[in-house]
Design a protein around this ligand. Sequence first.
Ligand SMILES: *[C@@H]1O[C@H](CO)[C@@H](O)[C@H](O)[C@H]1NC(C)=O
Ligand SMILES: *[C@@H]1O[C@H](CO)[C@@H](O)[C@H](O)[C@H]1NC(C)=O
Length: 935
Amino acid sequence: MASASYSSLFFLLYSSLFILLYTVVFLCPEAAALSKTLDVQMLMAVKSKWQNTPPTWEGSDPCSSQWNGLVCTASRITSLTLSSMNLSGTLATEIGFLNGLQSLDLSYNKELIGPIPSTLGNLINLESLVLIGCGFTGHIPHELGNLQKLTFLDLSSNNFSGPIPPSVGNLTKLRLLDLAKNQLSGSLPVSSLNGSGLDRLINAQHFHLNSNGLSGSIPADIFHSDMQLIHVLFDSNALVGEIPLTFGHVPTLEVIRLDGNFLEGPIPSNIGKLKNVNELHLSNNNLSGTIPDLSGMNRLQYIDLSNNSFEASEALEWFGSLEQLTTLILENGSLIGPVPSKLFCLPQLETVRRLRNNDLNGTLKVDTKGSSQLQLIDLENNLITGLSVTGETYTNLMLSGNPACDKNSELVNSKACQAETTEFFYAAGSKTCGDKTCSRDFSANPDICGDKTCREDFRVNPETCECAVPYEGKLEFRAPSFSDLSNVSRVEKLKNSLCTQLNFSEGAVSICCMSFDSHYYLNIGVQLFPFGNKPFFERAEIIRIGFALSNKIYNPPDEFGTFSFTAISYYFTDPRESKGLSSEAKFGISSVAAVLALVIAGVGGYAFRQKWRAEKAIKLSKPFASWRGDSPESKRPPKVDGVRCFSFRELNRCTNYFSEDHKIGSGGYGMVYRGTLNDVSQVVAIKRAKKGSLQVQGAAEFKNEIEVLSRIHHKNLVKLTGFCFGDGEQMLVYEYMPNGSLADYLSEKSGKQLDWRKRIVIALGAARGLTYLHEYANPPIIHRDVKSSNILLDENFNAKVSDFGLSKLSVYGKEIGHMTVSAKGTPGYMDPEFFTTYELSEKSDVYSFGVVLLEIITAKGVFEDGQHIVQTVKKKLEEKGQMREVMDPFLRGESCMGFESFLNMAMRCVEESAARRPVMSDVVRDLESILTALH
Ligand SMILES: *[C@@H]1O[C@H](CO)[C@@H](O)[C@H](O)[C@H]1NC(C)=O
Ligand SMILES: *[C@@H]1O[C@H](CO)[C@@H](O)[C@H](O)[C@H]1NC(C)=O
C-alpha cells in the first residue's frame, strides 16, 4: 500500500518535472539556456557518429568555444556547415532535434555514408539543405516535404536511389531543386497523379534532375504558366514518350536539356515561342518528324539536336537567322541537299557548326570576310564535293570523309581533310615560376609534414612560387552557352570571377584542363591557393570557400551558366587530428591518456595516417574522373561508373614502382603491369605506353580515345577503369583478368587445356564483344588487332576482348590515314586484302577472328613449320577431306558435337575476299546454334 503510493507520488513528481522542463525549454524564451543544453546533447550524439571532426570540436560548449562550421544564435544552433572536412560516418537521427537549424551543409564529405534520417523532416526552420558530393544512399525521405521554409535543396552527386518523393512538391518556397547525379528512379511526380509533385513548385527556378534513372513520360501538367523556371535539366535519364506541349507555357525558360533520354515523337513547334531560351539540348533521343522552324527562339546560343530519328530534310535555312547562335550541333541529322550558305554567314565572333554524318552535298561556300576568330565547321562524312572560301581560310574546317577529300582531289592534303580534333586542354600555367615543381624539389618541413610523403599534395602557388597545398576541385558547367575552349579571355574572366567573389588575390587561383565530357558538360579543374606564403588553408577558410561553392553564392560569368562544384578532400595538418578515435572515446580519455594517445598516434600511427590519407585521396574525384559512358547497346542513359584519372604516383605506388615482378605482359603499346588499387582493393592491369613510341599520342587524341573507350561497356570487352596522362606518361588502367589469355591455353607448352564446350563458349563471348564494337558502338570501332592473346579470360573463363580502340575509329567504313593503320596488327592475323588496298574494315577483324577460331580448333601456332595456319588447315582438308584430321589431339577423346560447323565457319571467316566473309553477328548466330546443339 505504502509502496504503491510512493511509486505513484514518484510518477506524479516525475511527470510534472517533465512538463515543467518541456514548458521551460520550448515555451519560455528566457529558458534558452536549457534548450541549448538539449541542442548540445543532440549535437554530441551527431558528432559521435562522425570521425575526423575538426580538432576545434572539443569541450562541452559548442557555442562558446570556436567550433568550426557551427553558428549559434540566441543560444540555439542555427547553422552547421562542414563542407570538405573529410568527415566520415553516418548522419545520426538526433540531427532532427536541432530544430533551430536554418542552414545545414555537409557537402564534399565523400565518406559520409548510409541513409539520411527521416528526422531531417523535423528541422522546420531549415532554409538550405546542401549535401552535395557525399556518399549518402537509400531513399530520399518523404518527410523532407515538411521543410516549409526550404529554398535551397541540393542532394546532387550522392548515391540516392528510389523515387523522387512527391512531397517535395510541398516545398513551395523552393528556388533550387538539385537531385542530379544520383540513382533515382521512377517517374516525375505531379500533383494530379501523385497527390503532390513538381508542378507545385511555383517559385522554383531550377529543376536539376539530370543523370539519374528517372523513367516514364514527362507529365504534361508538370509545366504551367505560373512557374518561374529558368533551368530544366532532365538529361541523361530514361524518360520516354513525347515532349509535352506545355513546355511552351513557361516563358521564363532559358535552358532546356532533355538530351540522353528515349523521347520520341516530334519536337513541339510551340517550343519556338520560348523567346528566352538560349540553350536547347535534345540530342540522343528518338525524336522523329521534321525539325520545326525554331527561329522564334531568337536568343538561342547553343542548340544540339544530334542523333535522333528525324525525317530527311533540306539543310535548314532558318538556323542562319539566329543572330546569337554560337553553336549548332546536328550530327546524324538526316540533312540532305546543298549546304545553305547562310548557315555559314557567321554573325557571331566565335561559331561552331558541327554537322557531321549527314548527307549534305554540293560545293561548300564559306565567306569569312570580316571575322578572323576561331570557328569550327565540322562537316565530316557528308557528300560535299568542293570548297570555295572567300576571305581568310579556315583553320578549323573539317571535311574528311567527303568526296571533296577523295584521294585524287586537290584538297586531299589540305588541313581540312585531315581527321583531327583541335579542342580541349587549356592550361593557365604558372608562367612566372619557371620549371619549379613541388613533388620532387620541395624539402618537406618536418614540423609540418613529419615525413616525406605529405609533400605529394603540394603544388606551386602561381602567385608566390612557393609550394603550398591548394583546395582543389572540379567546376562542372551544365549548360555553357559556348563550345569553343580556346578563348583565353573567357577563361581569364572565369578566373577573375573566382578571385573577386571568393576573395582571393589574383594569381592565387589556377585553372586547368577544360574539356567537354560526353554529356556536353564543361569540366574545369580549379586550384585555390592559400594566402601569402602559407602552405595550408585553415579549416575555417576551407569551410568558407566550400560553402560559397556548394551554396552557389559564387556566381560564374553568365556565359558559363549554371554550375556544380565537387571538391577533392583537403589535406589538413591540424596537429591534434587523429584518426580512429570517436569523439566519445576522446571525451572519456583523461588528459594524461589523451597525451599518451597523441604520442602513439604521432609515432606509431603517423605512417598509417599518411597511408590512409593518400588512399583516400585516390578515391576522390579528379578533374576528369567523372566521365561517364553510355552503352549504346541497350541505349541506356549514361549511368555506368566513370573512368578515373590516376596520378602517376598512384600507379607508381600500386605497381611497386613498375617493378619486374608486377609485369604481366608486353605488347606494341608497351608494358603491362598488375597493380592493386589500395582504396578499393581492386586488382587492375596497367598498360604503360613506351616513352617515345608510336603509340604515345597527343593530348587531345589521347583524351578523345579515353572518352570513346569510357563509353564502351560490354560484358565481353575488357573494361577501362581509368587512365593516367601527364609527365610524358600515358597509361590505361583496365580490369584485371586472372585467367590470362586464350593464347595461354592453346600452346602445348602451357600444360593447360580447355574442353570443347569451353572453347565454344570462349569463341562466342569474344565474337559478341567484337559484334558490339562493329555494330553497336558509336562510332563503330574496328579492333585491328584481334588475336588469341587479346582474348582474355576472367575468373569464370568468360572471354573478354582487350586492346581495342587504341587506334583510329572506323568511320562508317571509310578509312582515313592508313599510315597509322599499318603500325598496328600482328603478322599472321592480318587481313590479306589489306596489303593490296591498305584499307581495314570490320571484315579485317573477321579474318583475324577466323585465325583465332582455327587456333582454337587446332591448338597450333599461327606460323608453324614455316606455314601459316590457314594454309595448313586448307591443305589438310584438301588432301584428306577429313575434317577431324586438323583437330587438337587433346580434343580427340571428346565427341565434339558441331565441330564440322565450327570449322566451316572458321574457313568462311578467313576467305581471301572480304566480301565473302560473314559479319560478326553472323558468326555469333552460328556459334550460338552450335552451343545450343551441345545441350
Ligand atoms: C544533292 O542532294 C539532293 C537531295 O538528295 C539531290 O536532289 C541533288 O541532286 C544532289 N545534288 C548533287 C549536286 O548531287
Ligand atoms: C572571347 O570571349 C570574350 C568574353 O566572352 C568575348 O568578348 C570575345 O569576343 C571572345 N573572343 C573571341 C576571339 O572569340
